[in-house]
Design a protein around this ligand. Structure first.
Ligand code: TYD
Length: 141
């Protein structure tokens, strides 16, 4: 999926495994395309809950289901939609700024780890889909 700035992409992380178990490393600026300023994780969401429903003007994200599974439905600046299954602790999805995202279908054991390029600023969130589309359209004009 192509966006105007950069691309949504799946990222496979190296799994370091031995008889003791597995270990995955995510280094900011190396394994993912930004330095990590913020980390949060989402768990305890019922399967029928839809989270997210917003776009961010500046923040870039990497989403990793470190336990369990969920799905993310994204809409880019041109209105293209894509659904990604988050179901492996060693893979994630990179989302540039200005992507509409909805996370849903959480398994009971889901722990969704989110890495961000920016500190939290509620003012950079667009929480209305029509407004998101309007901002995208105006940016193109
Ligand atoms: P919200 O953005 O609604 O979560 P989601 O994107 O998963 O639907 O955030 C839930 C609450 O947590 C809301 O009160 C704002 C707060 N919050 C922070 O204080 N800092 C953060 O970095 C995030 C992501 C949320």
């Amino acid at each position: 999926m192509q966006t105007e700035t950069t691309e949504v992409k799946l990222i496979q992380f190296k799994e370091n495994g031995d008889e003791r178990g597995r270990l995955v490393v995510v280094e900011g600026g190396q394994d993912i395309p930004f330095e990590i300023k913020r980390v949060f994780y989402i768990y305890g969401s019922d399967p029928d809950v839809i989270r997210g429903k917003h776009a961010n003007r500046r923040s870039e994200f990497v989403l990793i289901n470190v336990a369990g599974t969920s799905k993310v439905r994204i809409t880019d600046r041109s209105g293209n939609q894509m659904t990604v299954n988050l179901n492996r602790p060693h893979s994630g999805i990179y989302l540039p700024a200005m992507i509409w995202k909805e996370m849903y279908d959480f398994s009971l054991d889901s722990v969704l780890l989110v890495l961000c390029s920016e500190h939290y600023d509620p003012n950079e969130y667009i929480r209305d889909f029509d407004e998101f589309m309007k901002v995208c359209k105006n940016a193109k004009a």
